[in-house]
Design a protein around this ligand. Structure first.
Ligand code: SF4
Length: 502
């Protein structure tokens, strides 16, 4: 592993904003956070995948993957990160290296690819992603990007996060490091105000950012840059002029928040857009920090007024679902902040949470679960698919909310399921998002397909066919007869051939 990459990884692991990391000894910290996989467990994405997920939502730049075509194929557009304008980010660019490049090096091909992209698409910048193969053959993407930037007069940014460096989560942070090293602070915004903020670690999946933006607009707060959902290169490059940074719960880009605080003196806080109470807390935090940074104190009153109106409106709309959803039991398999932040909204609609997973939750998350659901809250540390299936099959839950990977468990148990993780198709952010979530649960529960799939199959109870019956017996009469004749014929031919051979 190149020395610079090693040093970068060590730097990322020494993260002051991560309590877990700071609680470790120096030796332990160096080992990183990757857990040994248990046999049979899915490995998840690689570091390159993580970097791509973190940066691809910058919509107007060209994302060029330097490696074999499969790396780009695997990661292309697999999340629903939306754009309000430019769509260059949805074109998959790759150098598609081949065996000859592996022997002679792929640097020339990379340089030519940059030229071609600039000539054909003219994006404000190109992000070049390193992958396993090109890192192993020693392609120096930093040097090529530097040369291409000088030659073409455009920022060409190296993102050095080859897959073998570690898991997806590390890749998120290495992608963020590329922004810190080459992008943030390189341009100036046209204007600045006392109400400018950055949102870090929000990817605008299914358009969630657009559920938040109207609330901030109503308060006169401007998103100077969202890193990286629906982001624009120039916005990210001038994001160092914001007054406050909001770090979205996932911590995937915590290094951007801590380093911007250190370098530019921008305070940050961690907040979440999921759940009604959380959305309100987030708005309060933003306003409080902005006032601390010099905004007019009347912002606090306006924020409280907006929160009161929005909460009332959301709860009224959720209440309308109560007659249909009262008493329905929900199994929540998600983890992190969502393990508790959506609970209040579901309870408001009359639903009962029979269990919530806490595999990826922090100590504080668990405390919050107890606060909301009481001491007997059913926290599931690590539920195997078999247990999930049993729980659904025994009808101890009416619906499961989880990520896409668990969907087949629910479908096998013939129970409704709703995707609430990153591949979801609906936006569940802010007040509006919680109403959408309750509406989607209602739709999933009332879908007539469940009645149909639970009916006994037409062949159930039909006369059993003995196990040794030839397959033709299951076919319609003429096909069966033709099959039997053909088989007899082939057998006879085989016997004759064998007799001649003797
Ligand atoms: S592990 Fe390496 S080869 Fe596989 S997708 Fe990631 S970068 Fe590409």
């Amino acid at each position: 592993m190149a020395a610079s990459l090693k040093a970068k990884i060590a730097e990322v692991f020494d993260e002051p904003g991560c309590d877990k990391n700071q609680g470790k000894s120096e030796k332990e910290r160096k080992k990183g956070c990757t857990k040994q996989l248990s046999p049979g467990a899915a490995a998840g994405g690689c570091a390159f995948d993580g970097a791509k997920i973190a940066l691809q939502p910058i919509v107007d730049v060209a994302h060029l993957v330097h490696g074999p075509i499969a790396c780009e194929g695997n990661s292309w557009d697999n999340r629903h990160s939306f754009s309000s304008g430019a769509d260059t980010y949805r074109t998959g660019f790759t150098t598609d290296i081949n065996e000859l490049d592996v022997v002679y090096g792929g640097e020339k091909r990379l340089f030519k690819s940059c030229r071609e992209i600039i000539e054909k698409y003219d994006p404000p910048a190109i992000f070049v992603y390193q992958t396993c193969v090109t890192a192993l053959i020693g392609d120096d993407i930093e040097a090529v990007c530097k040369r291409a930037s000088e030659k073409f007069g455009k920022p060409v940014i190296p993102v050095n996060a080859p897959g073998f460096a570690g898991p997806k989560n590390l890749g998120n942070k290495l992608g963020a490091e590329a922004l810190l090293d080459y992008v943030i602070g390189t341009e100036e915004p046209e204007t600045t105000t006392q109400y400018d903020i950055n949102i870090i670690g929000e990817y605008n999946l299914s358009g969630e950012l657009w559920q938040i933006k109207p609330l901030l607009d109503a308060l006169g707060i401007r998103i100077l840059s969202c890193i990286s959902g629906d982001g624009r290169y120039h916005e990210v490059a001038s994001s160092h002029r914001a007054k406050v940074n909001m770090m979205v719960c996932s911590k995937s880009m915590i290094n951007v928040a801590t380093k911007m605080e250190k370098k530019y003196g921008i305070p940050y806080f961690e907040g979440s857009f999921y759940g009604i109470g959380d959305m309100s807390d987030t708005l309060r935090q933003i306003s409080k920090l902005l006032v601390k940074q010099g905004a007019d104190a009347e912002l606090l009153d306006r924020t409280e007024a907006l929160i009161a109106a929005e909460e009332k409106r959301a709860y009224e709309r959720i209440q309308a679902y109560k007659p249909r959803l009262q008493g329905k039991r929900v199994l929540l398999i998600t983890g992190g902040v969502k393990s508790w932040s959506v609970v209040a909204a579901l309870q408001e609609a009359g639903m009962e949470i029979v269990g919530t997973s806490v595999k990826k939750s922090t100590k504080e998350d668990k405390e919050r679960i107890k606060e909301i659901m009481g001491e007997d809250a059913h926290m599931i540390d690590d539920m195997s698919p078999r247990e999930m299936y049993k729980m659904l099959k025994d009808a101890r839950a009416d619906i499961m909310l989880s990520g896409g990977r668990s969907q087949f468990v629910a479908l096998k148990a013939k129970m409704p399921w709703l995707d609430i993780n990153q591949e979801r198709h609906y936006a569940y952010g802010g007040y509006e998002g919680m109403v959408t979530l309750v509406n989607e649960i209602d739709k999933a529960l009332a879908n007539p397909v469940w009645k149909a799939v639970r009916l006994p199959a037409p062949w159930d109870g039909a006369e059993m066919i003995p196990a040794d019956t030839a397959p033709e017996m299951c076919m319609p009469q003429p096909v069966r007869e033709a099959g039997i004749v053909a088989r007899e014929h082939a057998l006879n031919e085989g016997r004759e051939a064998a007799a001649h051979a003797h």
